[in-house]
Design a protein around this ligand. Structure first.
Ligand code: 16G
Length: 256
């Protein structure tokens, strides 16, 4: 396989960060590299110069290059190939078709696609329900919920940001739950058997954008799920922000 390393001065001038400009050098560099990819200046399969060389040519530290590359790897625009360097992967970004008619967990969804699910915990606590949670979970004011706030990743890419709340009479201590909430509920024979979902198109605010490694205002799909137990009591209230550029939601329809 031939390796096409883009060494053009046009590209270097385009991506060179400037300490006089606002924003850290690495955010300037990741933004300009991302633009260069979107505008086709850097194409699918192109390799970047080795990081040491790129740092020298751009007059920045290797740390700046490394941080910019890492953020674009997270966004799915670059991949690092052992021994070969950093390659542009635009267009190869995987699209996930999520079936809306099946009550699957994130972990099951990703594993079914051969991807490796993981989560970054933003917060995990057993605490007083907010009015919204109390309403969705049919709890009286002052009741406790276990709340899980996570960034959900698949094979290194941030896919969704999710806040899930379960009444404390089901999960007494939020810290008992491991990587998969549904696996934990399965064990306790308390997994929701039915759910109602509402899906809304929206734009990422600053926090969501940061968690999902996308730009503020990028399109996201916001889903609220209310999960019910066998006896019809609501036992899960989940709010999820899915990346609009990765997810396709699929529903099978029949005549009646
Ligand atoms: C999915 C569910 C969410 C559930 C989570 C459990 C949607 C819209 N949401 O993200 O309600 O809490 O899976 O995943 O599908 P886990 O078992 O991997 O923690």
């Amino acid at each position: 396989m031939s390796i096409n390393v883009n060494t053009s001065t046009e590209l270097l001038d385009y991506i060179r960060p400037d300490s006089e400009k606002p924003g850290s050098l690495y955010t300037q560099l990741s933004r300009s590299l991302s633009q260069a990819i979107h505008e086709g200046m850097l194409e699918d399969g192109d390799f970047l110069l080795p990081q040491r060389e790129l740092a020298e040519l751009l007059g920045v530290s290797r740390v700046t290059i490394r941080k910019a590359v890492e953020s674009l790897v997270k966004e799915g625009l670059l991949v690092q190939r052992q021994g070969a360097g950093t390659m542009v992967t635009r267009g190869q970004k995987q699209h996930i078709h999520k079936n809306l008619a099946v009550l699957n967990s994130f972990t099951e969804d990703m594993e079914a696609r051969g991807m490796v699910p993981s989560s970054t915990w933003v917060a995990r606590a057993t605490t007083q329900a907010s009015p919204k949670e109390a309403m969705a979970l049919n709890l009286s004011p002052g009741s406790l919920v276990s709340r899980f706030t996570r960034i959900r990743h698949a094979s290194e890419t941030a896919m969704a940001y999710e806040i899930t709340s379960v009444p404390a009479y089901i999960i007494a201590d939020a810290n008992e739950v491991g990587d998969s909430l549904y696996a934990y509920l399965d064990e306790k024979k308390a997994r929701p058997v039915r759910a109602l979902q509402t899906m809304t198109a929206t734009n990422a605010d600053k926090t969501v954008a940061e968690f999902l490694s996308i730009a503020p205002n990028d399109a996201v799909l916001y889903i609220e799920r209310q999960g019910f137990a066998e006896n019809d009591s609501p036992i899960e209230f989940a709010r999820s922000w899915y990346r609009g550029d990765i997810y396709d939601f699929v529903t099978e329809l029949s005549l009646n």
